[in-house]
Write a protein that binds this ligand. Sequence first.
Ligand code: ADP
Ligand code: MG
Ligand code: ZN
Length: 517
Amino acid sequence: MPMSAQTADTDLAVVIGLEVHVQLETDTKVFCGCSTEPAPDEDPNTRTCPVCLGLPGALPVLNEGAVEAAVKIGKALDADVPDRTTFHRKNYFYPDLPKNFQLTQYDAPICEHGRIDVSVEGTRREIGITRAHLEEDPGSLQHVGGTIDSADYTLIDYNRAGTPLVEIVTEPDFQSPAEARAFLAKLEEVLEYLDVFDSNRDGSLRVDANISIAEGVDDGTELRVDQDALEAANRTEVKNISSYKGAEQALAYEVTRQKNAIRRGREVPQETRHWDESRGITVSMRSKEAEKDYRYFREADLPPLEVADWKRRLEIPELPDARRERFREEYGLDAESAAKLTSRKAVADFYEGVAEAFAPGLAATWVADNLLGELNYRDMAITDIQHRLPEFERLIKLVDTSAVTTKNAEEVVLREMLDSGDEPDTIIDREGLGVAEDDEVSAAVTDAIETNPDAVDDYHDGETGAINFLVGQVMQATGGSAAPDEVNQLLREELEGWPCSVSVFSEYCSPPVHALH
Ligand code: ADP
Ligand code: MG
Ligand code: ZN
């Protein structure tokens, strides 16, 4: 490599670790019976009770659904779920936290030592999961008239306070923002397969991204961070990231910012920064708090929880990676189709329904290409139409038996099914798309020949373009429902056996032309 300004850059290795807060999809909050559904008209502070408002004397009761979800997550992350887990208070003062402490877990979390594999551009990396623990979500703050650092005032809504969260903490194993993004996308897939998480809910996945930059050593295959340099490096923690795209953008911003600082010989301070999504930048919030600032202590109002039985009892479904692999083997799908069909569990289930009735390749084309494309275009999800599997199968059947052309099925019937909600047969009747019976087509062919003597003559004169005119006439007569290739073929057969001597047609053959034959 030529010596240039680039050289300094490439010697710096990026180290990233994530803390991911996932809202669990339970009906009620984690320590009280308040609903987790959005309040009607988003009326603030209506989904609350003495427990989640932290009123004196109120006692928490643990939601079993949240524990089940956390145990399933542990299994899916290939983590250790200890037999017994405990709860702690994490003390800090902030207006979104009415008790002035967050009920969370500390030294005996519900999951430890897991892993997830991610692939970026063909390179696979195993990301270690340090731990995952159960905790409560704080309330939400609405900064009015500006952002967190410039608002006129701030409103507080405790409807979110007490929503169950699992916080998943990774090892600092990521080497690029792209890997972090791939991890979050994968995690979302897994959580969705487990049916513990709703990715459509605003703020259901929130990320704190930790990043530091230190000198690296190129080991021939990749740039590995030098451990001593890493120990010495300061790290920033970027908060307020609410999507995996945001995580990649925020981290890419930090990589540039920190590298620039290092190149100019400035120190990158250890601090907490805020991701300002609208401006696409991170801003300094405060120096980073240390663990001792939180004065963790055991929550006396919740006894230790024995989870050994839950661990044995709870089963998890086949996960996306395994299902992808099975789709390739069992149905002979290529990597791209298998990936498309398995990234959402509902899509994979739908595909398997179709593949029971039709050849796997045909089913894949219809679900992965046609259906997902049309759903995507309409901003619809598979869950909006999964109950219509029989109708969808009926449509493929109609194409398979040539009762409707592939083109009409794809471009008219399927679209109309999604737009109007009508059944395929109804649409085909209404739009007159049924493929004409053979008799109807032959009748139209004969008719076209009889009523267009000039074109017939032209054909016999060697003007083969005349056939196209006749095909057009037949198509028009059958309302476009005949297959053009078939019509062409039928016309040729008829015209070849077209000796103008056949008396009934002779009137159409003018003598001079006939004489030329
Ligand atoms: P806290 O945020 O409370 O200080 P930890 O020190 O355990 O907690 O680290 C939290 C996150 O920071 C983890 O995701 C971890 O992977 C990540 N992390 C730790 N060291 C580094 C580092 N040098 N660079 C980037 N991320 C790091
Ligand atoms: Mg942290
Ligand atoms: Zn409540």
